[in-house]
Design a protein around this ligand. Structure first.
Ligand SMILES: Nc1ncnc2c1ncn2[C@@H]1O[C@H](COP(=O)(O)OP(=O)(O)OP(=O)(O)O)[C@@H](O)[C@H]1O
Ligand SMILES: [Mg+2]
Length: 303
């Protein structure tokens, strides 16, 4: 663990609004990410909430959909979720998504659709529904225009909830923990991804891979990173998230690490990853024409 990760943090409540001086690039249209990996505890929720928080601090409008009955994303964002209607009611058709969107305190434009314990029944209750794989997509279509980024935090399984996320999003973000069994099970995830692409959502793209809980001192972490880099050179964001105490402490204060300890190594890494995601997705017409570097090529030459 790096030494500067042990500073005291006194604030337990987010006060005011966090905004970066340098705004992040806006995408041409709403980017909708499923954050999935059926392996448990690899950093799906941590990656979702911190990248979402960072993009919001960069001036973008962001929504997090907590699609995990554990409700960890809702907790980390400090959103009351146990007693209130959330994504379960939306999936079942008993609530409109716009009625269950909650504001996240401390950010300019960060919203959350929370989960509650009823969501644990969703897999069973969805089975008998018409268009059961497309319930979430229908809801997202109603509100996606209000956001630059939407992230769906999935449970550690490839059941109907995760399929709903795949069907309702445009991009897949896979967090990979840099540990021995990191790539185990990835083929199952990629298989599900290709089936969904074929049958439900042909435009879905695996665009982004983030390495989590990286320990640069170990050979193992570096080997896993090299392996992922060789398989996914374009998808990998080559800024590993370090294993860092502050990152794991933040949720118990109902915060992301972006507010809990913004200068800690984990927060800085997530900020850099968010900026890279925004750069990759920025509207192409933002490329500025620089008249100083125009060179005119005369053909034929002078006699
Ligand atoms: N960079 C990090 N450094 C230290 N701890 C971390 C880091 N990222 C995540 N953790 C911790 O690891 C645990 C698992 O992370 P997280 O909940 O994000 O994974 P998950 O994939 O969402 O899990 P689940 O499959 O249960 O939904 C949590 O206790 C979290 O605080
Ligand atoms: Mg999780």
């Amino acid at each position: 663990m790096s030494g500067d990760d042990s500073r005291e943090t006194t604030s337990s409540k987010v006060v005011g609004v966090r905004r970066l001086k340098e705004a992040m690039a806006k995408p041409a249209s709403t980017r909708i990410f499923t954050v999935a990996n059926q392996k448990g505890g690899v950093g799906k929720t941590t990656t979702t909430v911190n990248i979402a928080a960072a993009l919001s601090m960069g001036g973008l409008r962001v929504l997090v959909i907590d699609l995990d009955p554990q409700g960890n994303a809702s907790t980390a964002l400090g959103v009351e979720h146990r007693e209130s209607a959330g994504v379960y009611e939306v999936l079942m058709g008993s609530a409109q998504i716009s009625d269950v969107i909650k504001k996240v305190a401390g950010f300019p434009a960060l919203d959350c659709v929370s989960s509650n314990t009823s969501l644990a029944n969703a897999e069973i209750n969805l089975v008998s529904m018409v268009a059961r794989e497309l319930q979430l997509k229908a809801a997202i279509d109603e509100i996606s225009a209000n956001y630059d980024y939407i992230f769906i935090d999935c449970p550690p399984s490839l059941g109907l909830l995760t399929i709903n996320a795949f069907a309702g999003s445009k991009e897949l973000l896979i967090p990979i923990q840099t540990e021995y069994y990191a790539l185990e099970g990835l083929s199952q995830l990629l298989e599900t991804y290709s089936v969904v692409k074929k049958r439900l959502n042909p435009t879905l793209v695996l665009s982004t891979i983030v390495l989590t809980m990286f320990d640069g001192r170990t050979r193992l972490s570096n080997d896993v990173a090299a392996n992922v880099r060789s398989h996914f050179p374009n998808e990998l964001i080559d800024i590993p998230i370090p294993r860092a105490v502050r990152v794991s402490e933040a949720p118990s204060y109902n915060q992301t690490v972006m507010t809990y300890d913004p200068l800690s190594p984990g927060a800085i890494a997530y900020m850099q990853v968010a900026r890279e995601i925004a750069e990759r997705g920025k509207a192409k017409d933002e490329i500025v024409f620089d008249s100083n570097v125009v060179s005119i090529n005369y053909k034929g030459g002078i006699a």
